[in-house]
Design a binder for this molecule. Structure first.
Ligand SMILES: NC(=O)c1ccc[n+]([C@@H]2O[C@H](COP(=O)([O-])OP(=O)(O)OC[C@H]3O[C@@H](n4cnc5c(N)ncnc54)[C@H](OP(=O)(O)O)[C@@H]3O)[C@@H](O)[C@H]2O)c1
Length: 295
């Protein structure tokens, strides 16, 4: 297919390469051009602006940081949406809130652009290996029509429902992801303070049913602070903010999630934003002085 890919960050750069490897014709745009160098060497064509990138493309894929950035690049002053051909498809893979996805679908309609929100489950390594799971919201026929692209970048695409339902599911998933990591962190902090060896804590918790399975893949990040960021903490905080906004708009109370969000806010404000989100474990270990209460 004839595809434009906008946003070549940690995830986008890897997803776009898998499209190239599957022989799709690719035009790319990224705010910071040097991040596109290796993909251009491999055959992608560079566009100087998002609106240049989308001209005459069948499909546009965006993988951007925040709802504000998606809004700006699509429908801002120099936005790409009015320049997309009629009957083309825009797949937004960014993690944004369902309200933004529904707004983008509404804005796409007068241009006869078919919108799909398709945020991903999976991080840097699954993106590299083409093992992502896409959570799709939009017309089922549209999702089917672009399935070869999902298949090039991932191992599954799940059609959740109409526009906004893919990002609705993503809100649910990431709220649980952050809370599970925090629950693990807190339990380990108690364990270590009680004198249990960290290795033994990891072996016991990660070998049994009580910890969330994804935490096993974070073991090396928890054992040692690594520079290898898979999912930046600042984007997990952004996601918790979006969960909070979405819950407010839906009248749902999520008191536990709010506490976790505030702890991520503290970590971000303390300079941990560009580290992997699992670094919340190290931040929390540094927080407080563990002094025992005298009984
Ligand atoms: N990393 C993960 O494990 C993971 C997993 C699932 C979902 N996600 C979601 O996927 C999205 C991308 O994540 P990522 O990890 O790839 O993040 P990232 O490496 O920080 O990439 C963010 C992308 O957005 C672009 N961008 C940011 N601000 C911009 C602006 N003002 N104008 C134009 N472009 C701008 C960046 O351009 P520059 O290169 O110029 O900065 C980059 O292309 C996020 O919504 C994230 O929540 C991430």
């Amino acid at each position: 297919m004839n595809v434009a890919f906008i946003g070549l960050g940690i995830m986008g750069s890897r997803m776009a390469k898998n499209l190239l490897y599957a022989d799709h014709h690719l035009v790319v745009y990224n705010r910071t051009k040097h991040k596109a160098e290796s993909i251009i060497e491999q055959g992608a064509i560079w566009a100087d602006t998002p609106k240049e990138a989308v001209k005459e493309r069948d499909v546009v894929i965006t993988m951007l940081s925040t709802p504000q950035v998606v809004h700006k690049l699509a429908v801002g002053k120099e936005g790409f949406l009015p320049h997309m051909p009629k009957n083309s498809v825009w797949i937004d893979c960014s993690t944004v809130d369902p309200a933004l996805s529904r707004l983008m679908a509404t804005r796409a309609e007068p241009h006869r652009v078919r919108f799909i929100d398709a945020p991903v489950a999976g991080s840097k390594e699954p993106a590299e290996q083409g093992n992502l799971v896409f959570l799709a919201g939009g017309d089922k026929g549209d999702v089917e029509a672009v399935k070869p692209l999902f298949e090039a970048m991932g191992k599954a695409v799940v059609h959740i429902g109409e526009c906004g339902m893919g990002t609705s599911m993503k809100m649910v998933v990431n709220s649980l992801l952050a809370q599970s990591m925090m629950a693990f962190t807190e339990a380990c902090k108690l364990g270590k303070t009680l004198g249990i060896d960290e290795e033994q804590l990891f072996d016991t918790l990660l070998g049994g049913p009580v910890a969330a399975p994804f935490i096993r893949s974070k073991r090396s990040h928890l054992a040692k602070q690594l520079d290898d960021t898979e999912f930046p903490l600042q984007w997990m905080l952004k996601d918790l903010h979006l969960v909070s906004k979405t819950a407010y708009e839906s009248g749902v109370a999520m008191p536990q999630m709010q506490i976790v969000k505030e702890l991520f806010t503290l970590a971000n404000a303390s300079g941990w934003g560009e580290k992997d989100f699992s670094s919340i474990y190290h931040f929390m270990n540094e927080l407080g002085n563990n002094s025992k209460q005298s009984l």
